[in-house]
Ligand binder design. Structure first.
Ligand SMILES: Nc1ncnc2c1ncn2[C@@H]1O[C@H](COP(=O)(O)OP(=O)(O)OP(=O)(O)O)[C@@H](O)[C@H]1O
Ligand SMILES: [Mg+2]
Length: 350
């Protein structure tokens, strides 16, 4: 005889079920869409977009069954899985931009994981490989391209009408929301303007011809990011995470968002993955190991770069020249050049 349970009790139990490979539960990850009592006294659990992969789905199902039917005595448990919504991307009528071959987003679930550092170094690395490259810094919360590229007081030049020229530094054409927003404007005001602003940056900037436009997106997975991801006609996304589980759980959400809008994941960059001892050269994994790998496995993608903590990487960002251009011989520069090659190789033929 099934035990009579309330919806809250069932939900609380699901809140104890971790996503396979994570220390975060399926409720916090936003995977549980609906918990409904079934006619026979059991429960129907609807999961939203938990994974494309059979073995993960089976594992999640097994864990839920264990928790509800076995531990809690909830009677029959039935699952429904609502897959990704395939129309979402097509509906919005994304358009390609004249003269721009590939648009690649650099995104993260959490702030402060090194997204802008990766975007800036990826952009200069692509330029060093001979690609004509632009960087669109669309991070309304912390635009950092002007500082990282040392643009000082320089602003995009008007070309008459509403068009303007990007600022060019270290062979990268730059447009940053930082060129346009008032530093003192409260962040809450920036949200509504960002959508319009990004659209405008894309359409009204005279980029010339570009092989790559790298977009530094704001962190997180809210509506603003989702809209941007749709608006920006992306060819692929690079997800940046640190190795800790909390960061990885947020990154997983970000990865899912891109899949939802049909933007292919190029792969995961695990940043600040340990510290290389300057004396012995050994890697010390101070933040734990393998977070990027877990994320990649859960999303069916790969870790395409791992960048340890290098003091010079931070210093270069503060001094106005990304390390990959300031010190090409530095080991971090080699990591970003390799990343740029992976990104270029992942692009569809055009
Ligand atoms: N691998 C690294 N080694 C050393 N310092 C790093 C590394 N990656 C990033 N940093 C430093 O960490 C800080 C945060 O990095 P960054 O600004 O790139 O992160 P972000 O994810 O873009 O943050 P935000 O959410 O604020 O935009 C910066 O001071 C940067 O120089
Ligand atoms: Mg940033």
């Amino acid at each position: 005889m099934a035990k009579k349970l309330t919806q809250e009790e069932v939900l609380a139990a699901l809140g104890q079920v971790n996503y396979p490979g994570y220390t975060t539960d399926i409720v916090s990850l936003g995977i549980v869409e609906e918990v409904a009592p079934a006619a026979d006294g059991g429960w129907t659990i609807t999961l939203r977009n938990p994974s494309d992969r059979e073995e993960l789905l089976r594992d999640i199902g097994g864990r839920i069954h264990q928790s509800l039917a076995h531990d809690l005595g909830a009677g029959k448990v039935e699952f429904r899985v609502r897959p990704l919504e395939p129309e979402l991307g097509e509906k919005t009528g994304r358009k390609r931009l004249d003269g721009i071959r590939h648009i690649v987003a650099v995104a993260s679930g959490k702030g402060g994981v090194g997204k802008s550092t990766v975007a800036a170094n990826l952009a200069v690395a692509l330029a060093r490989l001979g690609y004509k490259t632009g960087l669109l810094d669309a991070d309304i919360y912390g635009p950092s391209a002007p500082m990282m590229f040392g643009t000082g007081e320089e602003r995009p030049r008007s070309a008459g009408g509403k068009h303007f020229y990007p600022v060019e530094r270290h062979r990268v054409k730059l447009i940053s929301i930082g060129f346009f927003i008032d530093d003192k404007a409260p962040v809450i005001w920036r949200g509504p303007m960002v959508m319009g602003a990004v659209r405008q940056f894309l359409q009204d900037t005279l980029w010339g011809t570009l092989d790559f436009l790298v977009v530094d997106l704001p962190p997180g997975t809210g509506d603003a990011q989702l809209t941007l991801a749709q608006e920006v006609s992306l060819d692929g996304a690079v997800i940046v995470t640190t190795p800790q589980d909390v960061a990885v759980a947020d990154a997983l959400r970000a990865a899912r968002m891109f899949r939802q809008v049909h933007c292919p994941l190029i792969g995961v960059v695990e940043n600040m993955s340990g510290y290389v001892c300057p004396d012995c050269g050994e890697l010390d994994e101070i933040f734990g190991a393998g977070g990027g790998g877990k994320l990649a496995a859960a999303e069916g993608t790969e870790v395409i770069a791992r960048a340890p903590i290098f003091e010079e990487l931070r210093a270069a960002g503060d001094e106005g020249a990304p390390l990959t251009t300031a010190k090409p011989e530095h080991p971090a520069s080699a990591i970003f050049l390799a990343l740029a090659r992976r990104v270029a190789a992942a692009m569809p033929a055009d």
